[in-house]
Write a protein that binds this ligand. Structure first.
Ligand code: SF4
Length: 121
């Protein structure tokens, strides 16, 4: 059997390193804990968007014709996967929940869709 001698000094130096590292480990664990998140207070919910009605009364016949040619609808048949909110042509609303579109005139429903949909990057 082999005996290993560890001096008292070596033992104290080694253990003090662990003691010094303990606060750093505690801080690291604290920073890894995700902070509780709350939804943005002004962000509309999916439910409130579904009830939203966008006004198309000011559209000209040409505006309506373009909407029809692009098969615009207020409710996307693809759901959240493809709708105006995630389209590159979407113009976020200024003062109302209905937004706009760089291709179509008038108010555009955020959950709407047309055949020109293109994923926003
Ligand atoms: S191009 Fe079509 S899908 Fe995209 S924002 Fe305009 S209306 Fe919506």
């Amino acid at each position: 059997m082999t005996r290993v001698f560890i001096s008292r000094r070596a033992l104290l130096v080694g253990s003090s390193g662990l003691l010094l590292a303990a606060p750093a480990i505690a801080v690291a664990q604290t920073s890894l804990t995700p902070a509780p998140s709350a939804p943005a207070p002004s962000a509309p919910t999916d439910d409130s968007l579904a009830k939203l009605s966008c006004d198309s009364s000011a559209l000209t016949p040409a505006d309506h014709a373009l909407r029809e040619s692009l098969e615009y609808v207020d409710v996307s048949p693809f759901g959240a996967a493809k709708n105006c909110l995630n389209c590159s042509y979407w113009l976020p609303p200024q003062d109302k929940a209905c937004g706009g579109c760089t291709l179509l005139a008038g108010q555009i429903h955020p959950l709407g869709y047309c055949t020109s949909w293109e994923l926003a990057e």
